[in-house]
Design a binder for this molecule. Structure first.
Ligand code: MET
Ligand SMILES: [Zn+2]
Ligand SMILES: [Zn+2]
Length: 418
C-alpha cells in the first residue's frame, strides 16, 4: 500500500484555524479551543483524548495520549498552553486573530509564536510519524497536555493539574514545554526559567494645593523609589550589555504601571491637586540562582523604605525551589539521560542546538521542575525574530513546517528510549 504524501498545506491551514480561535485574556475561549484540538487529535489514528477540569469547570485541560507498548516505563509529556496574552488590534498590521499569511509566508497572529505553533506541531508530527510508518508504536507512552491560564500564572491550570491523581497516573519521566524563538541558525533549549514576582510599591504623603512646594508628597516619595529601582535595573542591564551575564541571568525589574492622581471626572486628573497616594507596579524576574531573601531585604530597605512612608507587596507567581529546597534547574549533562536523547534527536534531523540557557520569561515548566521531573523548554523557531507578547507576532510557514520535522525526530527518539 503506497504511503500517502504528507500534506504540508493542510498542516498550515490547521495551524491558521487554531490561531483564529480567540484565546487571549481576559476572556480566552477555552471551550472552542479544546473542541478544536480534541477533534484534531481524534482525526489521527491511535490517539486518545480526555478533558479534565483540574480547577474549575470553565478551565478545561485537554490530555492527548499516544499509547506506548511498555506502559511500565515512565511517559513523556509535551505541553502547550491554550491561552494567549491580549493584543491591541489597532497597533497590528493585520488583525491579531486573522492568521493572515503574507506572500512571503509569514503568518500573523497573537499566539503564532507563543505558543499555538507547538500545539499543532506536536499533533502534526505524530500524524506524519504514523502516516509514513503505520507500524510505528512508541515504547513509552507520549502524552500532550493543553493547559489553561499559563499567561496569568497557571494557578488554575498546570499548578492544579500536577497535584491531581490523573497527573500522578501519567507517571511522567520527561517533560517538554515551550521555549523562545532563536534569531540565529541554531535552536535554543532552556533548562530553567526565571521566576516572576509582581511587586507593587506604594507611597503615601502630604496632600495639598498643586501650587505648593513641600517635602514628603506621595509623588515625591514614589519617584525617589522609582529612581532607586531604575538605578538597580541599570546596573543589572549593564552586566548584560557588557556581555558578563545573559538577560536571563540577571534580576529584571521593569516598571509596568504607575497609578496616582485625583480624578477630575472627565477621564482626566485634577491638575491643581497633589495626591496623598501613589503606586508603581513592577514585573520582577529572578534567575533560579539568586537568593530571594536578599532581594526582599533590598526591597524593604532601599526600594520601599518605611522611613519614607513607603510600603510594598510582593506576589510570588509560583515556586522558586523544589521540594528538596534546590533551585529549579534541569541538568544538561550525563546525570540526566534525557539530555543526550533530546540533543541527539535534534542532531539526527540536521538541527543544531545552541548552549542551553535560562529562559528570561516564565513557563509552566516550573511546576514540573518543582516535582523533580527533567524538563526542557523548546520551541523550534530558528532565524526568527522574538515576538512573544509583542505587536505583529508572526511565524513563517516554512519555519512552522521545519518544526514539525524536528518534533517527529524528538517524539520518535524520546518514546523509543528504554
Ligand atoms: C506570571 S507567570 C508567567 C506568564 C508568562 N508566560 C510570562 O512569562 O510572562
Ligand atoms: Zn507561552
Ligand atoms: Zn507568553
Amino acid at each position: 500500500q503506497p504511503v500517502p504524501p504528507v500534506d504540508a498545506e493542510a498542516s498550515i491551514s490547521r495551524f491558521q484555524n487554531y490561531l483564529r480561535i480567540k484565546t487571549a485574556h481576559p476572556h480566552p475561549d477555552y471551550s472552542t479551543a479544546v473542541s478544536f484540538l480534541d477533534s484534531l487529535a481524534k482525526s489521527i489514528p491511535n490517539l486518545h483524548t480526555r478533558t479534565l477540569y483540574p480547577a474549575t469547570p470553565d478551565k478545561p485541560l485537554l490530555l492527548v495520549t499516544f499509547p506506548g507498548s511498555n506502559p511500565s516505563l515512565q511517559s513523556i509529556l509535551l505541553n502547550s498552553h491554550i491561552d494567549s496574552v491580549p493584543a491591541e488590534p489597532s497597533k497590528w498590521s493585520h488583525p491579531p486573530f486573522s492568521a493572515v499569511r503574507t506572500d512571503d509566508g509569514n503568518i500573523f497572529a497573537r499566539g503564532a509564536q507563543d505558543d499555538k505553533c507547538i500545539a499543532i506541531q506536536y499533533l502534526e508530527a505524530i500524524r506524519n510519524i504514523i502516516l509514513t510508518d503505520p507500524h510505528f508504536t512508541p515504547i513509552r507512552t507520549v502524552h500532550i497536555s493543553y493547559v489553561p491560564d499559563e499567561e496569568i500564572g497557571g494557578l488554575h491550570g498546570m499548578a492544579k493539574f500536577v497535584e491531581s491523581k490523573e497527573f500522578k497516573q501519567l507517571n511522567v519521566g520527561f517533560f517538554l514545554d515551550e521555549g523562545q524563538a532563536s534569531t540565529t541558525d541554531q535552536y535554543r533549549v532552556f533548562y530553567a526559567d526565571r521566576s516572576p514576582w509582581n511587586l507593587v510599591i506604594k507611597a503615601v504623603g502630604m496632600p495639598g494645593h498643586g501650587s505648593r512646594m513641600f517635602d514628603n508628597s506621595a509623588m515625591e516619595n514614589l519617584m525617589k523609589s522609582v529612581e532607586v529601582v531604575s538605578k538597580f535595573r541599570e546596573n543589572q542591564f549593564d552586566l548584560v550589555k557588557a556581555g558578563v551575564l545573559a538577560n536571563s541571568e540577571v534580576i529584571s525589574a521593569n516598571l509596568v504601571y504607575l497609578k496616582a492622581g485625583i480624578p477630575s471626572g472627565d477621564g482626566n486628573f485634577a491638575m491643581n491637586m497633589q495626591p496623598s497616594e501613589a503606586e508603581a507596579g513592577y514585573d520582577v524576574r529572578l534567575p533560579p540562582t539568586v537568593d530571594p531573601d536578599l532581594l526582599k531585604k533590598r526591597i524593604g530597605e532601599e526600594w520601599a523604605p518605611a522611613t519614607r512612608n513607603m510600603s510594598y507587596d510582593i506576589v510570588e507567581k509560583g515556586p522558586l525551589r523544589d521540594y528538596m529546597g534546590r533551585p529549579l534547574m534541569t541538568a544538561t549533562n550525563d546525570s540526566n539521560p534525557w539530555w543526550s536523547v533530546f540533543k541527539d534527536a535534534i542532531k539526527a534531523c540536521g538541527g543544531e542546538l545552541s548552549k542551553p540557557e535560562i529562559l528570561s520569561s516564565t513557563t509552566d515548566a516550573r511546576y514540573l521542575r518543582q516535582l523533580g521531573i527533567p524538563t526542557f523548554g523548546f520551541s523550534p523557531m530558528k532565524n526568527t525574530p522574538i515576538l512573544l507578547h509583542d505587536h505583529n507576532e508572526y511565524l513563517k510557514d516554512s519555519t512552522f513546517l521545519e518544526g514539525i520535522k524536528i518534533y517527529e525526530s524528538i517524539i520518535k527518539s524520546l518514546s523509543s528510549f528504554e
